[in-house]
Design a protein around this ligand. Structure first.
Ligand SMILES: Cc1cn([C@H]2C[C@H](O)[C@@H](COP(=O)(O)OP(=O)(O)OP(=O)(O)O)O2)c(=O)[nH]c1=O
Length: 195
């Protein structure tokens, strides 16, 4: 019996973080394709359901050729039932941090993999994060750093925000953008060669 060649991995993401996270577990995608989907939450949609739907839709949205495996992800920051979107400006970052200051919030990080036989599997990891009680000066300094712009919830745990976070339960890699344990498991199941 001849061993089947490992399929080509397509990363359906425009996020450099997701590329770096994959590299951390020794995976280099053969192709990177940006998904273009409507990211507006549905009315009353719960944050976890939204994260799963986004990851699933991103995986479906990119063009796929025979023999390719597609991986997509979505990281959603939630305060109760409320979704905090990607911060677009320093003002957004400051506003989100004022909301997050001193209380726990959840980060839902979903991944979705479509394997070469078109089977799609989606998983979601939920982590809890708490910022210390932030002073107005800390909030302004962080917002001014620009780090939180383009990030869900307006912060980056892999950056200087780590110095303001006093509690994390769950998966650090998931908060950054990809739950690496679950990612490895799904990629293995899809036949991607992994160490
Ligand atoms: C909470 C948090 C989010 N983020 C980032 C990861 C994601 O890039 C972004 C969440 O937005 P996503 O919609 O998950 O991803 P994206 O739009 O950047 O990329 P794509 O959809 O093409 O894959 O926030 C961090 O880098 N660090 C953090 O601590």
């Amino acid at each position: 019996m001849t061993a089947r060649p490992s399929p080509i991995l397509v990363l359906a993401s425009s996020s450099p973080r997701r590329r770096d996270l994959l590299a951390q577990i020794g995976v280099t995608p053969g192709q990177i394709r940006s998904p273009d989907i409507d990211e507006e939450p549905r009315k009353g949609e719960l944050p976890r359901t939204y994260a799963e739907r986004m990851a699933s839709e991103k995986a479906i949205a990119v063009p796929r050729q025979e023999g390719e495996v597609v991986l997509a992800g979505d990281t959603t920051v939630a305060l109760g039932r409320r979704i905090l979107p990607q911060a677009q400006s320093e003002e957004d970052v400051a506003r989100f941090l004022r909301m997050l200051s001193g209380r726990r919030h959840r980060v839902h990080s979903a991944i979705s993999v479509i394997d070469a036989s078109e089977r799609q599997r989606t998983r979601c990891v939920t982590s809890q994060v708490r910022f210390k009680r932030l002073s107005e000066e800390e909030i302004r300094d962080y917002a001014r750093s620009g780090e939180g712009i383009g990030k869900a919830g307006g912060y980056a745990i892999q950056g200087r925000a780590a110095g303001l976070i006093d509690f994390l339960a769950g998966s650090h890699s998931a908060v950054v953008g990809l739950p690496l344990f679950e990612t490895r498991t799904l990629l293995k199941a899809a036949g991607i060669a992994l160490a």
